[in-house]
Design a binder for this molecule. Structure first.
Ligand SMILES: [Zn+2]
Ligand SMILES: [Zn+2]
Length: 179
């Protein structure tokens, strides 16, 4: 960043000490917007525009705001995705099933893999997961052992009205309620 470019691209005060990582314009401490690393953590692959750390307000608006609204909306649905483990003997009011199983790997714990699974299902427009399986394995990591978690399930559409009725309330388990 050259000396003459130190006027903030947003507030125009001559004290820009940062550079927007999208448009490369100088931006000052009070205008710069930082993106915590864990934002969009559930996305299997972050689009390039969401991978930066420092944004000017204009680029933040353009790249982050909309994406974050969509992300948060999917996250809310993910927390309400119903989950039924493989071997569940009760009736699940399934309206439609996905054609393929989905899976997640390298999770920190059971909650982590289930929420990520729920996110994938919600992203594809489903509100339930059936035939779910959660597995954990010990792996050696530089001399100490740690657990790594995986999960898979078949996404489906379940009848939410039926689920809301008493007879189903006991039988199912929502990702949100577990967390
Ligand atoms: Zn500024
Ligand atoms: Zn910018």
């Amino acid at each position: 960043m050259s000396q003459e470019k130190s006027v903030c691209c947003f507030c125009r005060l001559p004290r820009a000490t940062f550079e927007c990582e999208v448009c490369s314009e100088p931006v000052c401490r009070s205008c710069v917007l930082r993106l915590p690393e864990e934002t969009f953590a559930m996305l299997p692959e972050k689009p390039a525009g969401l991978c930066h750390d420092k944004y000017c307000p204009r680029c933040h608006d353009e790249h982050i705001e909309t994406a974050l609204t969509t992300y948060n909306e999917i996250m809310e649905r993910a927390k309400n995705v119903g989950y039924w483990a493989k071997g569940y003997r009760g009736h699940v009011p399934v309206l439609k099933k996905a054609r393929f199983d989905i899976s997640v790997e390298n999770g920190l714990d059971r909650d982590d893999v289930l929420l990520r699974l729920g996110f994938k299902a919600a992203q594809a427009g489903f509100n339930g997961l059936i035939q779910g399986e959660v597995t954990s394995a010990k792996v050696r990591n530089f001399g100490y052992q740690k657990m790594t978690w995986s999960a898979s399930a078949l996404p489906c559409m379940v009848d939410d009205e039926k689920l809301a009725r008493e007879e189903y309330r006991e039988a199912h388990w929502r990702i949100l309620h577990h967390r």
